[in-house]
Structure formats: C-alpha cells, structure tokens
Design a protein around this ligand. Structure first.
Ligand SMILES: [Zn+2]
Length: 264
C-alpha cells in the first residue's frame, strides 16, 4: 500500500492527460502490475473527468481541504454509482459541478507546484554556475599573482640546497609586496599524507623558525606553493627552510631540514 502512496496525487492529473511522460510511464507500469486499488482510483478519476461539465475559475485550496473535498467527491461518486441520482441526497448536477471545480483547482495547484519546482531547479543551476565562476576567478587571481612574483625583476631569487645531492632542486622568488612562490620539479611525495612545510628563519639572533604553509607535490612531482602573506618581512628573514611534517603542519620544524635557502 505504501508504494501506491506516490501515485495518490496523480490520478486526477492522469485522467486529465496532464501528467508528464515520466510520471505517466511510472503510473502505467504500476497499473500494469495489476494493482487493484490504483486501477480503481484511476477509474474513479476518469469517471469524474468525464463528468467535467464546465470550467470553474482557478483557485488554490490548501492540501488538506483538497484532500477532504476529494474524499467527499469520491464517496459521493461511489454512492451515486450504486444508487440512482434521485435517491442521492445531493443532486447529480450539483456534485458534478463541485467535481469540476475541484478537478480544475487540483490541476492549477499541481501546475503551480510544477512551476515552483522548475524555478527552484533553474535557481540551483544558476547558483552552481556562479560558484564555479567564482572558483575559476580565484584560481586565475592566484595564477596571476604567482606569474607576477616569478617574473617581476624586483623579486628576490632564493636557491635551495639540500644535504643529499640527489634531492631535486627547489627555488623561491620573494616579492616584498606580493609574497613568496616556491617551485620545484620531480619532488618525491612524502609518505602517507605527510606534507612539506615552509619555515622562515629570522635574522634576529635566537629567533625561532616561523611556520608557514604546507603542501604536497602533485602526482607528477610538481611543487608550487604561494605564500601571499609571509609571516615575516623579507628584510628580517635570514633563510627559508623546508621540512617534512605530518598533515596540517607543525609549530616547530621536525628534523632533518630537507632544503634550506639563504635570503640575500
Ligand atoms: Zn497501487
């Protein structure tokens, strides 16, 4: 019985020929399984539609009122079928008119609901496109910043060295206004979800390494890290260092230092 509930609102629209292709197909597949309840409901709805004598002005009753009216009309319809119109309490022409009014209001409510659903869909699609566009704009902004830092002659070039001569080269460019871009090729990915973290070593005697951003090289070993807002000024920094750290980074560097580059 629960499966049939999904069709309960459709019988009248089906009888009016107003269901869309998918809904009609779904209902017809279900009817083809021989469900007696739904077949009976469709028969009643068809009969009601056949009694549709004239069109009434459009109105939208509440769902509960609609349901109660439909129950009344269905009961009346069955009673009228069983007994002759003369014996029924309400004359045939009266409830036929009520049936017509109800059918039309159900149909217009159903159309309004459909329209609302369409508007909702269009709004959602528009929001998704807008979100995608903002993401692209943000990516473009990052790429532009990186390109400017890498090509501006005012940027300071920092070459990194490593204790292990087999370790691939890393390079950084530091622009006093735009930030630091770190680049490297064929950088082996740290194991698990560990990351490479950048540290700024201050010039001040005894100054502790200042943690900066973390990143993993991509699947091709390409490593690019943009630090838009370095935690220390270029002039106050002695060196940049890179360590391997757990995901999320650390507050103090974990030895060994994988790369170090002096800021001159
Ligand atoms: Zn059914």
């Amino acid at each position: 019985m629960k499966y049939c509930d999904q069709f309960r609102e459709m019988f009248e629209a089906y009888a009016l020929g107003a269901l869309d292709a998918d809904e009609r197909a779904a209902l017809e597949v279900h009817l083809a399984t021989g469900c007696k309840d739904c077949a009976k409901a469709v028969e009643e709805a068809r009969w009601l539609v056949s009694q549709l004598a004239y069109l009434a002005p459009e109105a939208a009753p509440s769902g509960m009122l609609k349901g109660r009216l439909m129950q009344t009309v269905r009961a009346e319809a069955q009673a009228a079928k069983r007994s002759s119109p003369s014996k029924a309490g309400i004359p045939f022409w009266m409830w036929a008119g009520v049936a017509a009014l109800i059918l039309v209001t159900i149909y217009s409510a159903w159309k309004a609901q459909r329209l609302q659903r369409d508007i909702h869909d269009v709004n959602q699609r528009a929001a998704a496109i807008l979100k995608q566009r903002r993401e692209l704009e943000a990516q473009l902004e990052i790429a532009k910043r990186e390109a400017t830092i890498l090509t501006d002659p005012a940027s300071v070039r920092i070459s990194f060295s490593s204790q292990d001569p087999a370790t691939p080269q890393l390079e950084a460019k530091w622009h006093s206004q735009l930030g630091i871009v770190l680049t490297g090729q064929k950088i082996p990915a740290p194991s698990g979800n560990r990351v490479l973290q950048l540290w700024l070593i201050p010039k001040a005697p005894g100054g502790k390494p200042i943690p900066s951003l973390t990143r993993r090289p991509d699947a091709h070993g390409k490593f690019v890290l943009l630090v838009s807002n370095p935690p220390e000024l270029l002039a106050a920094t002695k060196a940049l260092a890179i360590t391997e750290e757990p995901a999320g980074g650390s507050t103090q560097p974990t030895p060994p230092i994988r790369w170090v580059g002096g800021v001159t």
